[in-house]
Design a protein around this ligand. Structure first.
Ligand SMILES: [Fe+2]
Length: 193
């Protein structure tokens, strides 16, 4: 547990420095992604037993475990553990965002805004050893089918992202995500207190 705390702390220290050195730029978020890929290569630090996915009785199909977050809510890292199908609408984040794979597959699709909605411009299958990096206005959607564990990192904690837009394809309109709740504590240094 201490080894995980130390590895996560070292990664987040580097990520803070990357943001200072490179800013919130394409180069900067890609460097953050690469640092998190390096963290995720320490496979022994993240046993699946520590991040159980929801059971069949749970309403949710995925749980978020908080692994890091500064006292001012910046630099938040989560492990997302999912059991089955997870689909998100197209959305932005209003802060930089990085997804890195660990177990399973998370299909990320990328979009641009158009006059009448969104248009897919790219996609990437996030799996162990790979990741994607987004600037605050970048648009993506997530598609998971099957058990998966992935790392999600944001410039600001998810509970603070109260202006994230998503595209409601049924109503053909942009809406604001409701606040996220139910994040589980995954910081080993806090669990032991
Ligand atoms: Fe996202």
């Amino acid at each position: 547990m201490q080894a995980r705390t130390d590895a996560v702390t070292a990664a987040m220290d580097d990520i803070r420095k990357i943001e200072v050195d490179l800013g919130v730029t394409r180069e900067g978020v890609q460097a953050i992604r690469d640092r998190l890929v390096k963290l995720s290569s320490h496979r022994e630090l993240f046993p699946s037993a520590d991040f159980p996915a929801p059971g069949s009785d749970d309403e949710q199909s995925s749980f978020l475990y908080r692994l890091a977050q500064d006292s001012d809510d910046r630099f938040a890292l989560y492990a997302q553990s999912s059991r089955g199908q997870v689909e998100t609408p197209v959305h932005n984040h209003t802060t930089w965002a990085v997804v890195v794979g660990f177990d399973g597959h998370e299909h990320n699709r990328f979009f641009e805004r158009t006059a009448d909605g969104v248009n897919q411009v790219d996609d990437h299958m996030v799996e162990a050893g790979t990741g994607v990096a987004m600037l605050p206005d970048d648009l993506h959607s997530i598609h998971i089918d099957g058990p998966a564990l992935n790392f999600h990192c944001y410039g600001l904690a998810l509970e603070r992202l109260d202006g994230r837009e998503y595209y409601n394809a049924t109503e053909d309109t942009w809406k604001i995500f409701k606040g996220i709740s139910g994040i589980r504590e995954g910081r080993t240094d806090l669990q032991s207190c």
